[in-house]
Each structure stands twice: as structure tokens, then as C-alpha cells.
Design a protein around this ligand. Sequence first.
Ligand SMILES: [Zn+2]
Length: 570
Amino acid sequence: MSNPQHNLTSQPQVPLPSPRRMLVTSALPYANGQIHIGHLVEYVQTDIWVRFQRLRGHEVHYVCADDTHGTPIMLRAEQEGISPQALITKVWQEHKRDFDAFQISFDNYYTTDSPENKTLASAIYLQLREAGLIEKRTIEQAYDPVKEMFLPDRFIKGNCPKCNAADQYGDSCEKCGATYAPTDLLNPYSVVSGATPIRKASEHYFFKLSDPRCETFLREWTQVKTPLQVEARNKMKEWVGEAGESKLSDWDISRDAPYFGFEIPDAPGKYFYVWLDAPIGYYASFLNYCQQKGLDFEDWVRPNTTTEQYHFIGKDILYFHTLFWPATLHFSGYRTPTNIFAHGFLTVDGEKMSKSRGTLISAQSVIETGFNPEWLRYYFATKLNASMEDLDLNLQDFIARVNSDLIGKYVNIASRSAGFLIKHFAGQVNDGAMSHVLLQQIRAASEPIATLYEEREFAKALRLVMELADMVNAFVDEQKPWDLAKDPAHKAALHTVCSVTLEAFRALSLYLKPVLPHVAINVEQFLNLPPQQWHDIAVPLNSKHPVRPYQHLMSRVEASQIDALVSANQ
Ligand SMILES: [Zn+2]
């Protein structure tokens, strides 16, 4: 151990957290449709967290991919008269365009239909088989005799057994809300061909989750080892049960041809169910990235690694990520996730997003109507916390929040003071003003804000930042630089006020940088600064680097833009 005296003197002003090494993912969007604002909640949430971690100096790799396999992709490609590969290539480009527009900073955006994924999925399956956790069993399923394919539940419709409403899905009735099995439907028909489904037997492959080894592992992993969200932990308790309860069922991981996916080793005509290879797609994307960057993949994915692994997901796919995925990894010789972060669903004006109300807003329409994506990033961030509660995009509140917080409070600070500094002081701050008490207060908020970002309490972090912005604006109102500028006798006071204000603006911009990456770049240019890291909070503006003339940073949202967005989605 080193001399504590020595440590004290050599410590930097703001302690640097020791660098962590993190692999972070967002859920893989299905390659069967557009990205809409409901999806974006998750990518924005993950991206803010990832950008924050990078600002802290950690090694972070953020990977994702399109989820490309399964019956819906196969059938849609057929409908469009193209190959599944052509369809998923087209959709990948659309998804990538949308994510880029929203500044989602993936280090690698890949596809699950990749050679890496095929190799990993097959190897993992063989390991599970080796471990005695794969079982063959014959089951009966609905089969379309015309199309000659087995039918997933979503592809069977019929009359509701309760209220006789026509064209209801095989799991529940949209008319009366009854839930039932597809076999209960009256006059069932295949959505694919219209034929009446028959029952047909076929051999399936199961992952034996009911094996006592799996139950023991999952009980420990979900209740002891992993700091899951409270809601998730409680769900897991319900799903895994107490010791001896045997609540877990085996997981059917195979599908019969025709199917778009990977064929199972030693099982011709049998394919991995899309949910088997989709999460492995996280690793396949990361492996592809490691190969590009010369990173040691094995060092990240084997047990006893010192690296961390986080998956951001929607609460609807918790089951797959907290049961199937860790069990798949553990019993095939891989490390398990450090944690799973689930979020709630997005509502718009308090209701489920709907096509008819124009609130199922596509990412593309946001871009095409000239909307600034950072408005939405900011608004989502003001609503996001560490829980699985749903969050609401209230369109009127959105306008008010963006205009009052971002324009009225934040951007306004720069526009109010930069002009004076350029005009009267050649853009040079007064170095003596950098220890002003207001600035000390703002800098002192650095670690509390960092903690809130770390804990995914973005709403609270932004509330703190806006409180600081209020303080700065109150300072400007009180000091009245516009009056000081009128009298040469007050030149020194004017210099101090403008310097303090711009340094405060620098600090607030740094605190907002994970949320507003594009604005942050423009601010760094305007303030003549290198890319700012979190610890740069302690390095104030400096008269040796004069600020440049203020450039417009962000516009207000107009109500007419919201109307245009809603009508573009109707
Ligand atoms: Zn019904």
C-alpha cells in the first residue's frame, strides 16, 4: 500500500472513477417493420447511459443487431416477392438510418442472420446437449394442410368461443377480452391460406429448464446474484418458485421447415426457434465487432471475467432475458449478464399508441417533418427512471417542456452572455471569475448528477440540471449585463458576469451531453474546447482560448410541427 499522505497530495480535484469495461446492448428490433417512438424510448435510454459511461472514461462497447429470423419474416418476404435475405437487408438499412438520425451511438449494428451467429448458436446448442439439457419430444401442433406448414398462434384466427366475434386471434378476443387456447376457437382458419388447420405431430427439441440444475441456478441468479429491479425480482420469484416447487417448463427451441433461420446441427429440417438465436445475436454482433477492433472476445464472455455485461430491454421480454438467456449462457460455459434493465411502455397523451389517432409515430416521420430528434431525446430523458413504469409522451407538455427547459432556460444562458464577451472582451473570459461561488455550486453537483445517470434516474438528473439553470438565469437577471454594458465604468463587472455565465453554460452543457450529443458538439466548437469528458468539469474556460461568436444552438418547437407529425402518421 502506498503512503496515504502521498495519495492526498496527488489526488486530482475530481476523483476519477476506476475505468470499468462494459458490454451494453439494447433489445434487437425485429426486421419486420419500422422503428417507431415506442422503440426509441429504449434506444435513447441505453444511448444516454452508454454516452454517460464513455464520458466517465470507461471502456464501453454498445452493440445491437436486427432480429431477422422466424415465420413472420419468411411470410412477409414471400408476400413482397423477395427473398428473406433481401427483405432483411432492406429493413436493416431503414433501421440504421433511423438510429443514426436519433444519434444512437452503436459501436456495431449487425444482423442475427450472420455467420458468427450461426456458429455461436450451434456451438451453444451442442454444449447444452452435451450437458444433458436438450430433449427430443413429439408434440401436436396446428398445421396448415394447404400451405404445408405449422402455424404459430398468431397465424390462426377464428370466432371467439365466448362471444362469437369473428376474426379473433388464437390467444384472446379483442371484442370481449376473453383469453383461451387456439384450439378453443370456433371455425378456426389459417391466416396464411384460409384453410382449416389440422393437428399434426412432429418431433421438437426442448431446453430442459425444468432440470433441477436449471432451477437451482436460476433461483440463485435471479434472487441472490443479480441486483435485478424489484419488479423483475418479484416476477422471477413467481416464475421460478421456491425450492422444490418445479414451476419452470421446458422450452421448445425448434421449429419445423419451412422456417427462416438456422438449421439445428444433426437435425435436418429442424430450425432454431428465433428466440434461441436472437439473444445469441448480442454476442455475434460483439464477436463481429471484436474481430474488426482486435478485441479479445473470449476475455469478455467467459466466467470469471472482470468485464460487465448489461442488457436494456422492454418489460415484455423479461422472461427471455432473465430465465432463458442466463440459463443458455451458464450451461454452455459462458458468463452471465451483470444485470438486466427493463423499462416500461410508451403511451401518447395517456393512451396506447394508435395508428388511427396518428400517435404510432415512426422515427422516419419525425425526421421527415423536420423535427429535431434531440427534442425527443430530452423529453424521454425527463420521463425516464430506473423502474418499469410506463411513461407518457404528452404532446402539449412536450412543447412546453422543450421550449421552457431547453430554449428558455438552457440555450438562453449562452445567447444572453456570449455577445458581450465577444464584443467587449475579444471572447476572453476573466480567469479570476472562474472560482465564483455560483460556479462552485454548479461544479459541486457533478457527482450527484453522475450518480443519477449511473442509476438510470435520468428524470431526476435533468431536474437537478434545470435547477442549476434556474440559478444561472436568476444570476443574470440580478446582474443585468445589458445595463452594465452601457457604462464603461462597469466594464470589470460586466466581464465577471459574462465569464461566470458562460462557464456555467459550459458546465450545464457537459451535464446534458449524454442527452444532447449534437448540441454538445456545437457548444464545444463555440466555446473553443476539445471534446469534454466528465472530469473536465474541474477545468474551467480559459482566457487563452477565446470563445467564438455564438451560433444558434436549437430552435423552439412549434405547435404546428406536432400537428404535422400527427397527420403524417394517420
Ligand atoms: Zn369474444
